[in-house]
Design a protein around this ligand. Structure first.
Ligand code: UD1
Ligand code: BG6
Length: 696
C-alpha cells in the first residue's frame, strides 16, 4: 500500500541527479506493496525553493517525467532533504493532484508525505479554508501540510521561533487518525522530521565512523512545555499554547550516538522509510520508530522526541542491525517475484523450521513461545484471526490444533470478527497470523483482544512489524521478504509455524507421542518433497495453455485438510489471473454447486489419500457422472480415475495427512502464476490489490 521514503545527506556531497536516483530507487523497492501513483519533493536552485514532481501510475512513469523535465541534475548539495511517496488511493482518485507530496501553499514552504488516514480532516479542512487556505486535492493529507504553515505562521506572528520538532508536536495535537509522516520545509533547510502513529516508519543511518552507542536517547519535554490536546472541532485550533521563544527554539542536547571525537559534526546519511526493503541496500543500521515518536534529523544527528512522558516510557530506541540481505529482495533468475517466491519454498519452509526442530529427538523448541505455553494450555479456547491467505493457513491447521490439544479452536476473518464485536475473555488465547504484520483489520482485531485482556500470539513474517511488536509473544516464520502481492511462501511457512505451535502445545502428552513423531518426520521431508512438486511446472504450464487460458470460471473441490487448499488455490487464481474461481467443500457439492457442473466447467479435485478420500471420491464421481472432466491432484503412483474421465492428473508426493496441504497447494500456485502470465497480467502487481492493506 502507500510507501514513504526519504533521503537526507549531511556533509556528503551529492548531485541533484544522485539524490533523485536514490529517491526513485527507494520508491521502486516499495512498489511491491501496491500503489497507484508516486511523487518526490527536492530542493530547487533558488534559496528556499522546493520542487515537487508527481504523477499517477508507476514509479517508472515518475522517473520518465523527471528525466524529461528541465530539472538540472548536476547541482551539488552537501546537505539536502528529499522526500518521496507511493500512494494507494483512499481519499480521492489516483490522479496527479492527489499524489503526494502535498504542499502547504504555492511556495511549498512545507511539504509532506503521509501513510494512513486523518479522520478529522474534514473539520481541519473547513477551518483552514476559513483562514484562506486553498486546497488543491481531495486528500486528507493536504490538511497536514496546510496545518504546518498555519501553525508556523501563528508562532511567527507571536514572534516565536519554533524548533521543527516542536512545530510537529503542535501539528500532531490537532490530528486524529493514523499516520506515518515525513515533512520537509524551506524554513528548516537540511532538516527532516518523521513521525508515526499506527503506520510503520523507520530511519536508516549511514555514517563513515562507527556510532558511539547503538541507541538514541528519547528526549521528553519539561513538564511545563507539555501542550494540551485540542481539536479543530471547536472551529479553532486550540491544541497548543505557544511556548516562550527561548524554550521553543532550545536544542538541548547532542545525540550520544553521533558524538564525534573531535567535536565536529560527522558526515552522515539518513533514510526514512515505511519498509526496510528500501533501506537495506544503503545501510543495515536502522531505528524503528514507536507510535508518537518524532524523529528529527538535523546537523547530521538523529534525535527522537516525544510530546509527553508517561510512567514506564522507554528512554532509548535501539539502532538495530537488519538481517535482511539485498539479494533476498531481488528477483534473481526469475521473471517475477511471485515465481521466485514459489521456487524459494524448499528453502523458506526449511528456514521456518531451522533451529526449532530437533528431528533426531523429535523435539520442537519455539523460542518465542516457550515461556507462554503453560498459559496457552490453560486457555479456554484459541481464536485464530487473520485475513486473506493468512486466514487460509489458520483454516488449514485448525484441525491439528484440535486433534492434539483438545482446546476448542475458532478461525476468524479479522474484519468479520470486528464487525461482530465477538466476545473475548481474559482466558482466551488469540493467535494473529499475518505475513506483513501491518494489515489494518488484523491489527485492529489485535488491539480489540488486548483491551479485553486476552493473551495474544503473533505468527508473523516481518520482524519489527506492528503486529510482531504488539503481540505478547509469537513466532517469526522466517520466510524472508515476500514481494509478490499473491502470497505463496508465506502461506507454506505460516502453515508450518502453526503446526509447530500445535505440536509445542501438546509436547507433554504421552498419548500423542507417536503422532508427534510421525508429523515431525513428515516435516523433515517437506522441503525435498516441495522440490519434487515444483517439477510439475512444465506440465501445469501446458495444462493452462491447452485447457484453462480461455475459461472464465473454475471450481476447486476439497474436503477435510484440503478444504483450505481449495480456498487458497481459488484465491490465488482470482487475485492474479482475474478468473472467477471458487473453493468448494466437497461435502457441500450436492447442496447447490453441482448445478454448475457440465462438460465445460473446469474443476480441480484434491484427491490425495487421507481418511476422507472415499468421500472425496464420491464427490468426484458425482462430477464425472455429470460429464465433468476434473483435473485430479492425487498421490504419486495413484490412479483415481481413468484418463478418459479426467482432463489431467497431477501427482504429488505423499506426506502425513495434516501436512499434505503444504504439497497440494503448490500446483495451484504454479497454475495461478501461469494463467496470469499467459493472460499478460502484471503478476506481481495485480490490479486493485495491495500487498499490505494498511487501511480498514
Ligand atoms: C530468536 C531470534 C533469532 C535467533 C534465535 C536464537 C529475533 C527476531 N529472532 O528467534 O534471530 O536466531 O532467537 O535463539 O531476534 N514475537 C512476538 N510476536 C510475533 C513474533 C515474535 O511477540 O508475532 C516475539 C517472540 O515471542 C520472541 C521474539 O519476538 O520473544 C522473537 O521471536 P522469534 O524470532 O520467533 O524467536 P526465535 O525463534 O527464538
Ligand atoms: C492482502 C494481500 O489482501 O492482505 C493478501 O493481497 C494477503 O495476499 C492479505 O493474504 C493478508 O495480509 P497479511 O500481511 O496480514 O498476511
Amino acid at each position: 500500500m502507500c510507501g514513504i521514503f526519504g533521503y537526507v545527506n549531511f556533509l556528503v556531497d551529492k548531485t541533484r541527479g544522485e539524490i533523485v536516483d536514490t529517491l526513485i530507487d527507494g520508491l521502486q523497492k516499495l512498489e511491491y506493496r501496491g500503489y497507484d501513483s508516486a511523487g518526490i519533493a527536492i530542493d530547487g536552485d533558488k534559496k528556499g525553493e522546493t520542487l515537487i514532481v508527481k504523477t499517477a501510475g508507476k514509479v517508472k512513469a515518475l522517473k520518465d517525467k523527471l528525466d524529461n523535465s528541465n530539472i538540472e541534475r548536476s547541482t551539488i548539495f552537501d546537505s539536502h532533504v528529499g522526500i518521496a511517496h507511493t500512494r494507494w488511493a483512499t481519499h480521492g482518485q489516483p490522479m496527479e493532484s492527489n499524489c503526494h507530496p502535498h504542499r502547504s501553499d504555492p511556495e511549498a514552504e512545507f511539504v509532506v508525505v503521509h501513510n494512513g488516514i486523518i479522520t478529522n480532516y474534514r473539520e481541519l479542512k473547513t477551518l483552514l479554508v476559513s483562514k484562506g487556505y486553498k486546497f488543491e486535492s481531495e486528500t486528507d493529507t493536504e490538511c497536514i501540510a496546510k496545518l504546518f504553515k498555519h501553525i508556523y505562521d501563528t508562532n511567527l506572528k507571536a514572534n516565536i521561533e519554533v524548533d521543527f520538532n516542536e512545530l510537529v508536536k503542535q501539528v500532531l495535537y490537532e490530528l486524529e487518525g493514523s499516520y506515518g509522516l515525513l515533512v520537509k520545509s524551506s524554513h528548516y533547510p537540511g532538516e527532516a522530521v518523521g513521525t508515526r502513529k499506527g503506520s510503520p516508519l523507520l530511519v536508516g543511518v549511514k555514517t563513515e565512523k562507527k556510532l558511539k552507542v547503538d541507541f538514541v536517547d528519547v528526549e521528553f519535554p519539561e513538564q511545563n512545555q507539555e501542550v494540551p490536546v485540542g481539536s479543530a472541532k471547536n472551529g479553532e485550533l486550540n491544541g497548543f499554547i505557544p511556548l516562550s521563544g527561548a524554550e521553543a527554539s532550545l536544542r538541548t542536547s547532542q545525540s550520544r550516538a553521533f558524538l564525534a571525537d573531535d567535536g565536529l559534526p560527522m558526515p552522515a546519511e539518513f533514510f526514512f522509510s515505511s519498509d526496510p526493503a528500501s533501506v537495506v541496500q544503503h545501510t543495515k543500521k536502522v531505528l524503528y520508530l514507536e507510535d508518537d515518536d518524532i524523529a528529527h534529523v538535523y546537523d547530521g544527528e538523529l534525535h527522537i522526541h516525544r510530546a509527553k512522558k508517561n510512567a514506564g516510557d522507554s528512554t532509548t530506541r535501539p539502532i538495530q542491525t537488519l538481517e535482511m540481505e539485498l539479494n533476498e529482495i531481488m528477483k534473481g533468475p526469475y521473471t517475477h517475484f511471485m515465481q521466485k517466491e514459489i521456487f524459494e519454498q524448499p528453502d523458506s519452509t526449511f528456514n521456518t523450521m531451522r533451529g526449532r526442530i530437533d528431528f533426531e529427538n523429535h523435539q520442537i523448541n519455539l523460542g518465542g513461545l516457550k515461556a507462554f505455553l503453560p498459559a496457552i494450555r490453560r486457555s479456554r479456547r484459541i481464536i485464530m484471526i487473520a485475513c486473506g491467505t493468512s486466514y487460509h493457513s489458520c483454516l488449514a491447521t485448525r484441525s491439528i490444533f484440535e486433534e492434539l490439544n483438545e482446546i476448542p479452536v475458532t478461525v476468524e476473518l479479522a474484519s468479520d470478527f470486528l464487525d461482530r464485536r465477538s466476545p473475548v475473555f481474559r482466558d482466551d488465547t488469540c493467535v494473529f497470523v499475518s505475513q506483513s504484520g501491518e494489515t489494518a483489520d488484523s491489527i485492529l482485531a489485535l488491539q480489540y483482544c488486548l483491551e479485553r485482556g486476552a493473551l495474544s500470539v503473533g505468527i508473523v513474517n516481518s520482524v519489527g512489524s506492528s503486529m510482531s511488536r504488539q503481540t505478547h509473544c509469537g513466532v517469526h516464520i522466517n520466510a524472508g521478504p515476500e514481494i509478490g502481492v499473491a502470497s505463496t511462501k508465506a502461506y507454506t511457512s505460516q502453515y508450518i509455524a502453526l503446526v509447530m505451535f500445535a505440536l509445542s502445545l501438546s509436547n507433554d502428552s504421552i498419548s500423542q507421542q507417536q503422532r508427534h513423531r510421525e508429523i515431525i518426520d513428515g516435516l523433515q521431508k517437506i522441503p525435498e518433497q516441495i522440490k519434487t512438486v515444483l517439477k510439475l511446472e512444465n506440465k501445469i504450464k501446458t495444462l493452462c495453455t491447452e485447457h484453462l487460458n480461455d475459461q472464465r470460471s473454475l471450481l476447486l473441490l476439497g474436503r477435510g485438510y484440503q478444504f483450505a487448499t481449495a480456498l487458497e488455490g481459488a484465491l490465488k487464481i482470482k487475485e492474479i489471473s482475474y478468473m472467477h474461481s471458487e473453493g468448494v467443500l466437497a461435502g457441500e457439492l450436492k447442496h447447490g454447486v453441482l448445478a454448475l457442473v457440465d462438460d465445460k466447467l473446469p474443476i480441480i479435485a484434491f484427491a490425495t489419500r487421507d481418511s476422507l478420500f472415499p468421500k472425496v471420491l464420491n464427490a468426484i464421481n458425482q462430477v464425472v457422472s455429470r460429464d465433468g472432466r476434473p483435473i485430479v491432484i492425487c498421490d504419486e503412483g495413484d490412479t483415481v480415475l481413468s484418463s478418459s474421465q479426467t482432463t489431467a492428473t497431477l501427482h504429488v508426493p505423499t506426506t502425513v495427512d495434516c501436512l499434505q496441504g503444504l504439497l497440494n497447494v503448490i500446483p495451484l500456485q504454479l497454475m495461478s502464476y501461469w494463467l496470469a502470465v499467459n493472460r499478460g497480467i502484471d503478476v506481481d502487481f495485480p490490479r486493485n490489490l495491495a500487498k499490505s492493506v494498511t487501511v480498514e
